[in-house]
Design a protein around this ligand. Structure first.
Ligand SMILES: Cc1ncc(COP(=O)(O)O)c(C=O)c1O
Length: 308
């Protein structure tokens, strides 16, 4: 008979990670790229990995108890992941997010039973300040601090990055990723460069907010990335290049992924694929470029991705 797990949410936790790596072929440029299906994580995004690792670490270090409230500022996906795991593990969760985040993301977070605290200013900095003030005033709050927590990048170094190496049947020539907190870009690049110094690392950023390229951040429509500042986790990473993707191009590629490839993913996935194809075109027809399909598109039904 199967052993009944003594910990709440254990089976859900085991569904996180180990996502498939699939090849996508683009005949018009005769290039194939490899895409990691992070949208298949149980809450629908790559952020399940970070939420799992931070919660398990906090439990091990005695930082979470029955009274704890997990409090995070997020554009949505991290909030959804913490809300899901909080529900499964038995913790209260409060999410601070911009009023501009889509209604669907708010509904998913509420559906998991978490509280939502909305702010009206643009950019993450305001929300992060708010969580700090709340935590100073009330000891029940536990702050995962996704933007500065080293576990964020470490998790991608020890898991996501190693999964690329395990699952790609060829030597990886390049890795391409956008950045929100920068955890994915920092962690995966450390794993891939560490395994093979020849693997090139490219940061994708919206053309309208190319901050790594020294430009001013302006409005863009690539959800979940480039929040108006260069995150501390990616300072010091050795990049082989930066690829600027206009929001319009990211949307067009996302729609192609949805309707030509049957992958109902969000705009940052379209942006990553656009950038990865550009790198593959530069590297040659037999190159192996890997990238990430970050999240599912259901959370964007009310955004311009589905209204155009
Ligand atoms: C949809 C989406 N794509 C990409 C990212 C970037 O991931 P990271 O925070 O690891 O840089 C995020 C992060 O919030 C996201 O929500």
């Amino acid at each position: 008979m199967e052993q009944v797990s003594s910990r709440r949410g254990e089976h859900l936790i085991r569904l996180i990670g180990n996502t498939p790596l699939i090849p996508l072929f683009f005949p018009e440029v005769n290039r194939r790229i490899w895409c990691k299906c992070e949208f298949l994580n149980p809450s629908g995004s790559i952020k399940d990995r970070l939420a799992r690792t931070i919660i398990l670490d906090a439990e091990q270090n005695g930082l979470l108890n029955e009274q704890s409230i997990i409090l995070e500022c997020t554009s949505g996906n991290t909030g959804i992941s913490f809300a899901m795991l909080g529900a499964a593990r038995g913790y209260k969760v409060a999410i601070v997010m911009s009023e501009r985040a889509s209604q669907e993301r708010r509904m998913i977070i509420k559906g998991f039973g978490a509280d939502l605290i909305l702010f009206d200013q643009a950019g993450y900095q305001h929300g992060i300040e708010r969580t700090r003030e709340m935590a100073e005033a009330d000891a029940r709050y536990f702050l995962p601090r996704q933007f500065e927590n080293p576990l964020n990048a470490l998790d991608h170094e020890h898991e996501t990055g190693l999964e690329f190496l395990r699952d790609c049947p060829h030597e990886i020539d390049a890795f391409v990723s956008g950045y929100g907190t920068g955890g994915t870009l920092a962690g995966c690049s450390r794993a891939l460069k560490g395994a093979n110094a020849r693997t090139q690392i490219y940061a994708m950023e919206p053309a309208e907010a190319a901050m790594l390229s020294g430009e001013e951040a302006c409005c863009h429509w690539i959800e979940g990335i480039a929040g108006g500042f260069v995150p501390p986790l990616i300072r010091g990473i050795e990049l082989d290049g930066k690829i600027k993707v206009p929001s319009q191009k990211a949307m067009e590629m996302t729609k192609r992924l949805n309707s030509e490839f049957g992958l109902l993913v969000g705009t940052s996935s379209g942006a990553n694929v656009t950038a990865a194809l550009e790198v593959a075109c530069n590297l040659g027809p037999n190159s192996n470029v890997v990238t990430i399909l970050c999240d599912r598109a259901e959370r964007y039904f009310s955004t311009r991705l589905f209204s155009a």
